[in-house]
Design a binder for this molecule. Sequence first.
Ligand code: ADP
Ligand code: MG
Length: 349
Amino acid sequence: MSVAVNKAGAVLHTFILTASIVLLLVCPACKRPELFREAKFQIGTVVTLSAYGSDQAAIHEAFVRAFAEVERLGALMGNDPSSDVSRINDAAAGTAVTISPETAALIATALDLSLKSQGAFDISFAPVGKLWDYKAQPFVVPDKETVAASLKNVGYKNLTLNGSSVIKTRDGLAIGLGAIAKGYIIDSCVEVMRASGIEDGIVDAGGDIRVFGKKGNRNWVAAVRHPRDTSGLLMSFPLSPGEACATSGDYERFAIAGDGKRYHHIIDPRSGYPADNFISVTVIGTSAMIADARATAFFVMGLEQTKEFLRQTPDCEVILIDQQMRCYASSSLKKRIQLIDKSLLIEWF
Ligand code: ADP
Ligand code: MG
């Protein structure tokens, strides 16, 4: 009798042991969550995808889909000969060019921001933008006459969007989506990852990010780089689920000319010269596309115009750093900013 009990106990024990091994094998979600990360060079920058979870295979699958989405949108919005952008740029004035709904949505947002920023943000900056070739050896500052001549072809009002159709009113008008497409692509990647079942993650394209969910019970944390010592960080702050954060800086793409002056890639479309109000602008909001575009816009607009914009449209927060390393930040950020560089003084507004 007692033997039978022992036997039954042993059978039960073996069953529980086997069941838990099987459970571990077939239920990856029951494993402890960990951080998975994959990076690729895409759309001219490093795209890094992160997910906090336990099903490694499902996460990898989601990453594959998200990288494919970056590739697809990059081909529409970049400078490939067959992209929507190139087709617009190659078109003659008065000819309607039909573009993808995605690029049309992006252009609609860009035109709206051009209006609100009084032309500081302008995707038609491209004819003057191409005069500033930072990769050229040696780097040559374009002469004033050339800059003035190319400005004749700059102006968002010379571009009309009707649904998914674009018409230019000047042959020489050309656009570039470098200040806004990255943000749009980040938002789309977040959607792809979530639709693939990932609940917690980050999409990072060259330092512009959008988070979703959390890392366990903690919010994801973002940081602002030191604009003059890019290996160092100035401050960090937590991002709530769904928030995005984008930075425009004069340290990303620039050249130092013979006169010792720094010329960089954010152009004031009204003067044709690099904007020199700020050296770093960070925007935090709920859309990566809007944060990306506004970071560039505020960079050109300068302090007073940016403050006025935010009074009218108080749906994002900013961290602005000027040439003298003075920092101005939205007072609503006070409770979440953690200073890393203690020498930085912040004026809250
Ligand atoms: P990054 O691409 O380094 O993150 P930004 O988001 O600020 O930086 O975008 C800068 C890019 O935007 C430039 O490289 C150029 O392609 C484009 N650009 C420059 N000046 C303007 C402007 N005033 N309005 C719209 N786009 C601009
Ligand atoms: Mg931008």
